[in-house]
Design a protein around this ligand. Structure first.
Ligand SMILES: Nc1nc2c(ncn2[C@@H]2O[C@H](COP(=O)(O)OP(=O)(O)OP(=O)(O)O)[C@@H](O)[C@H]2O)c(=O)[nH]1
Ligand SMILES: [Mg+2]
Length: 392
C-alpha cells in the first residue's frame, strides 16, 4: 500500500493532521515533542465513484464510498518533530530519519501562522519560510549522508568493473525507493560524468544527492494553522515562492470528521461545505461556523488535498475498479463495484491481473472494458476510473 509521511518541526499539527486523515487517537497537545514513537494509520485518497453513473449504491469491500465519492486506502505515518541537526543524530536523529526512508513523498506540515519558533515553542512572530528552508536542508543533508557513506565504494566498483552506473545506484539505494528513470534524470541535471564517478568533487557528490532527493522524495508543503489570523501575511508571501503549497486547517478537518462520525453533520472529506443534520448546541454551532467561514475562504481544509495531490498528481496513480460481471459491474456475489485499486499510470490489463492475484495474472487471457464492452488485450493501458473485467 502507498505510504505517505507527515514530517516537520515539533508542535505544528502533524498528529492533528494524522488523526483527521485516519480517525486515529494519536496524542495531540500544545507541548513540544508530544509524538516520540511514530503513529501509523490508514488514510484515504478520494475519487469520483462510478456508482453515480449507474445510479445505484455500491458495496465497497476494500474501500468506502460516501455519496459517490470513493475513499481508497493509503498508509499514513506521523512521526516525531524534526530538529535542526537531526542528520547528525540530534534529537531523535537518525531513528526518526529512518522512518522516512520508505515514504515516496513527504508531507511537510508547516506552522504558517508564525506562532511557534523553530523549536516549536510559542512566540509572537516567526517567519515560516525559515522552517521550509531548514526542513529542506535537513532532508538534503540526511540524504547526502546516506549517500556519501556508500559513495566511494560504489564509485570505485563502477569504474573497475565498467558496470552501469545508474543500475549500481539503484541497487545500492533501493531502500530509498529510487527509480531508474529518476537516476537518469538526476545525472543529466547534475551535469556529472557517470563513467568516472571517482573523479567527482565533494560538491558534485552533494549536488547529485540533493537532486536525487528532489526527484525521488518530493516534498509537499501543508501550510497548517491557516485559520490563525497571523497566517494571512505569510501565506501571501509564501504562495508566490511555493505556488504548490497547500493551505491547511488540520484542526478544522479533525472537528468535521468527528462531527460527521457523531452524526451531527454530513461531510465528504475534501469538500468545501458540510450539511448540518442534527440539532446542535450553541457551542457546536459556533465552532462549525468558524470552520464554515474558513471553507468559504479557502475552498477546503486542505488535508484531503494534500493526500490526493501526493498520490494522483505527484506519484501519478489512477483508480480502477475490477468486476466479475461487466454488465452489472458486480463481483460474483452481486456486490456493485466492490474493489477500487490504486495503480501507477501506464499499468496494463495484464499487469492489473497480477496485482489482483498472481493466479489471475497467470491465467490472464484478456479483459473487457465494462464501459465500452470492448475486449482488450494484455498490453491495453488502463485509464483512470476504468471498470474492468479480467478474463481468465
Ligand atoms: N489553530 C490551529 N491549531 C492547530 C491546528 N492543527 C493543530 N493545531 C494545534 O497545534 C498543537 C500541536 O498539535 P500536534 O498535532 O500535537 O502537533 P505535532 O506536530 O504532532 O507535534 P509533535 O508531536 O510534538 O511534534 C495542538 O495544540 C493542536 O491543537 C490548526 O489547523 N489550527
Ligand atoms: Mg505529534
Amino acid at each position: 500500500m502507498i505510504m505517505l509521511s507527515l514530517v516537520g518541526k515539533t508542535n505544528v499539527g502533524k498528529s492533528t493532521f494524522f488523526n483527521a486523515a485516519t480517525l486515529s487517537d494519536a496524542e495531540i497537545s500544545n507541548r513540544i515533542f508530544t509524538t516520540i514513537k511514530p503513529n501509523e494509520g490508514i488514510g484515504y485518497v478520494t475519487a469520483p465513484c462510478p456508482c453515480k453513473e449507474i445510479g445505484k449504491n455500491c458495496n465497497p469491500k476494500n474501500s468506502e464510498c460516501i455519496d459517490g465519492t470513493r475513499l481508497v486506502p493509503i498508509k499514513l505515518l506521523d512521526i516525531a518533530g524534526l530538529i535542526p541537526g537531526a542528520h547528525e543524530g540530534k534529537g531523535l536523529g537518525n531513528q526518526f530519519l529512518d522512518d522516512l526512508r520508505q515514504a515516496p513523498i513527504l508531507i511537510h506540515v508547516l506552522d504558517v501562522s508564525g506562532t511557534t519558533d523553530s523549536g516549536g515553542n510559542p512566540v509572537k512572530e516567526h517567519d515560516p519560510e525559515e522552517d521550509i528552508k531548514f526542513f529542506e536542508d535537513e532532508i538534503d543533508f540526511w540524504y547526502a549522508d546516506i549517500f556519501k557513506r556508500e559513495w566511494f565504494q560504489l564509485a570505485k566498483e563502477t569504474e573497475i568493473t565498467h558496470s552501469d552506473f545508474e543500475k549500481q545506484i539503484m541497487n545500492r539505494f533501493s531502500g530509498l525507493g529510487i527509480k531508474r528513470e529518476d537516476i537518469h534524470k538526476v545525472v543529466e541535471i547534475s551535469g556529472v560524468d557517470p563513467t568516472s564517478p571517482t573523479k567527482w568533487t565533494d560538491d558534485d557528490v552533494f549536488k547529485f544527492a540533493k537532486n536525487l532527493r528532489k526527484v525521488s522524495k518530493p516534498i509537499i508543503i501543508a501550510a497548517n494553522k491557516s485559520d490563525i489570523p497571523t497566517s494571512e501575511k505569510y501565506i501571501e508571501k509564501l504562495i508566490k515562492k511555493y505556488p504548490n503549497m497547500i493551505i491547511c486547517y488540520a484542526d478544522g478537518e479533525l472537528a468535521l470528521k468527528k462531527a460527521s462520525q457523531a452524526g451531527l453533520i454530513k461531510y465528504i472529506p475534501g469538500s468545501g461545505s458540510f450539511e448540518i443534520i442534527k440539532d446542535l448546541t450553541e457551542k457546536q454551532k459556533k465552532a462549525l461556523d468558524i470552520i464554515k467561514n474558513f471553507l468559504e475562504k479557502y475552498g477546503s481544509t486542505g488535508v484531503q488535498k494534500c493526500l490526493n495531490r501526493a498520490v494522483f498528481d505527484i506519484m501519478k496513480y489512477i483508480v480502477v475498479y475490477p468486476v466479475e460481471d461487466e454488465t452489472h459491474w458486480t463481483d460474483k456475489k452481486g456486490n456493485i463495484l466492490p474493489d477500487a485499486h490504486l495503480i501507477p499510470e501506464g499499468t496494463t490489463a495484464k499487469e492489473l491481473a497480477y496485482i489482483i492475484h498472481t493466479d489471475i495474472g497467470e491465467k490472464f487471457i484478456g479483459a473487457i472494458d465494462a464501459r465500452t464492452n470492448r475486449k482488450v488485450g494484455a498490453d491495453h493501458v488502463l485509464k483512470n476510473n476504468d471498470v474492468i473485467k479480467i478474463l481468465t
